[in-house]
Write a new protein. Structure first.
Length: 118
């Protein structure tokens, strides 16, 4: 599985961005997808999750501001970000997992940088 994230950039406080993550391989639609972010000097944190069925969960810090969606026909997951704050500044990674022989393998995109300026 290869993941390619894009859409990051520089935006002012209160602005919006949409991140995309395209996945290679088959059976994209049957797996959950996640978005994480990692701010400078901090640990990587889960931001949003979308299940194979389209159910979503969000970190408290982004609830009501971020929306995660997926287009299975394009093997792509999106993170629409509204009302951006300086604390949203981070590298954003998409993630998926596969279970092989009882072991979970994580796959990560290369990350896309979001910078929110005040």
């Amino acid at each position: 599985v290869q993941l390619q994230a894009s859409g990051g950039g520089l935006v002012q406080v209160g602005g919006s961005l949409r991140l995309s993550c395209s996945a290679s391989g088959s059976a994209f639609s049957v797996y959950a997808m996640k978005w994480y972010h990692q701010a400078p000097g901090k640990q990587r944190e889960l931001v949003a999750l979308i299940s194979s069925g389209g159910s979503t969960n969000y970190a408290d810090s982004v609830k009501g501001r971020f929306t995660c969606s997926r287009d299975n026909s394009k093997n792509t997951v999106y993170l629409q970000m509204y009302s951006l704050k300086p604390e949203d500044t981070a590298v954003y990674y998409c993630n998926t997992q596969r279970l092989y022989g009882g072991y979970v393998t994580d796959y990560w995109g290369q990350g896309t940088l979001v910078t929110v300026s005040s």
